[in-house]
Design a protein around this ligand. Structure first.
Ligand code: SF4
Ligand code: SF4
Ligand code: SF4
Ligand SMILES: [Zn+2]
Length: 457
């Protein structure tokens, strides 16, 4: 039995043209069904659990339109992007790539690093990208410097300092940590220049995982990088790409490890694998980890310490893009989750939609929402005060974002997106849309854009 639950548009994974999409439920699974006039039908799994999928809608926030738009063309999402007048959400996080080179060659790489061209924008081009953020986005402006691998640039501290001097509020660095493991002096210089935290790829605690995700066993360097961060006082969010055949059964140990490294580690961000970059296969349902699959694995492997219902959408982008929990790590090492679906959606979604994902700001909202805990602790205000003090330093976010690929793409999700890649010609493009490629490697944005600004064009 197949039941229709919605309609949107999406992309043909072979030619990337926009085609109508019907959302259907079969056997309690949600699918996108679409048909390209040239390349035929596709049926793609996006969520396991109809009730859970529909329940997310109650978290939808009031969106706030971007302050300015860069392209005038309407009604052609996602083919002419940048932002256009149809976009309904402002920018919360800007991804700025400063190279497409890398000191690794992972078999799975969204950036297809070291391939096709060399994108190494000059400091003046980078200044222009910062200026685009200042022109188009209201403060606070949060940037993630990314690549490729940004630490291969010796002038990275200068890039960071320039951003801070121009008025960027918060800078995170997306890194594989290889150089930072070997060169603690460079890590120190980055911190002094203004890097606020690392967004650090960390796929698990076993060398064999890295052999599959990165092409070689780099666990020792990963652990060394974390030690170096503890030494220089740099906060870290671990970023774990989750694949059904590689590490879905090992996500619990990543959370356990993160708990033991709080407060250096502030969060674990899981990314169910998306099929873009060096990935010319047509994925089957069994190659997919949907958000509920991941949350169930976390619940099982943490033995219920974090449950599915501790995860809520951040209510900023589309409710089916992400899920987030926030907990306090107690003295005995256990997690005290602050987030719960039992609290319902945030009371004032406008406020949520209008602020950034800065963890401390979120922390206070979640502590505020944890009224049940306060009531139960009636008469023990000292304990409550101790708890709040501990929460300020010993918190751990566990979150997930399911990036769209050409198969899973929905224009409704693109239109709501608040995570945007900035380009040297003044555009802001939803991060996953920027990276999406067809089965033969053609992109709508990444390759076309970067080859325009590359050294060997
Ligand atoms: S993603 Fe947003 S800005 Fe881009 S084309 Fe679609 S509506 Fe316009
Ligand atoms: S996934 Fe990251 S670390 Fe791996 S090759 Fe690509 S840019 Fe480099
Ligand atoms: S980057 Fe993609 S998955 Fe993330 S919020 Fe934007 S549209 Fe959703
Ligand atoms: Zn097609």
């Amino acid at each position: 039995m197949s039941k229709v639950i919605g309609h949107t548009n999406g992309l043909c994974p072979r030619c990337l043209r926009t085609i109508p999409v019907t959302k259907v439920v079969e056997d309690d699974k949600v699918y996108l069904v679409k048909e390209c006039p040239e390349h035929g039908p596709e049926k793609v799994l996006i969520w396991r659990g109809e009730a859970d999928y529909l329940d997310m809608d109650r978290y939808a926030a009031v969106h706030s339109k971007p302050a300015r738009i860069a392209v005038q063309e309407k009604d052609n999402c996602p083919q002419i992007c940048g932002l256009c007048p149809d976009h309904v959400q402002h920018t919360c996080l800007v991804v700025m790539e400063v190279t497409n080179g890398c000191n690794l060659k992972c078999p799975v790489c969204f950036a297809s690093s070291n391939q096709f061209y060399r994108f190494n924008p000059s400091l003046e081009v980078i200044r222009g990208m910062y200026q685009t953020m200042l022109d188009y986005i209201e403060h606070p402006i949060v940037v993630q410097i990314s690549g490729g691998e940004p630490t291969i640039r010796d002038d990275l501290p200068e890039i960071v300092r320039m951003g801070k001097e121009m008025g960027i509020d918060h800078i995170e660095l997306n890194t594989n940590g290889i150089r930072l493991a070997e060169d603690i002096g460079f890590l120190r210089r980055l911190k002094e220049a203004g890097v606020d935290e690392l967004y650090f790829s960390f796929d698990g605690l076993h060398g064999d995982i890295y052999k599959q995700t990165c092409g070689r066993d780099i666990l020792a360097q990963k652990l060394r990088c974390i030690e170096n961060c503890a030494e220089v006082g740099m906060g870290i969010t671990l970023v774990c790409v989750v694949s059904p055949n590689i590490n879905l059964d090992r996500v619990g140990e990543v959370i356990e490890f993160a708990k033991s490294k709080v407060p250096t580690i502030k969060g674990v961000h899981f990314q169910p694998i998306s099929y873009f970059g060096r990935f010319p296969i047509s994925p089957k349902d069994s190659d997919r980890v949907t958000i509920p699959d991941l949350l169930r694995a976390i619940e099982d492997q943490t033995k219920g310490e974090l449950r599915m219902d501790n995860f809520i959408p951040t209510s900023c982008s589309n409710v089916h893009c992400d899920a987030k929990s926030m907990s306090v790590v107690m003295e005995d090492g256990s997690l005290f989750p602050l987030t719960s679906r039992a609290f319902g959606p945030p009371k004032d979604t406008t406020t949520v939609a209008n602020k950034t994902r800065r963890e401390i700001a979120d922390l206070w909202r979640f502590i505020d929402d944890s009224v049940i805990f306060k009531e139960e602790d009636d008469g023990t205000m000292n304990e409550w005060g101790d708890f709040v003090d501990r929460a300020k330093t010993h918190y751990l976010t566990v979150s997930a974002m399911a990036f769209q690929d050409a198969w899973t793409s929905e224009t409704d999700r693109f239109r709501n997106c608040c995570i945007h890649t900035v380009t040297p010609d003044g555009k802001l493009i939803p991060f996953c849309l920027f990276n999406i490629n067809s089965m033969d490697g053609r992109t709508l944005y990444r390759h076309e854009m970067w080859s325009k600004f590359s050294e060997n064009r």
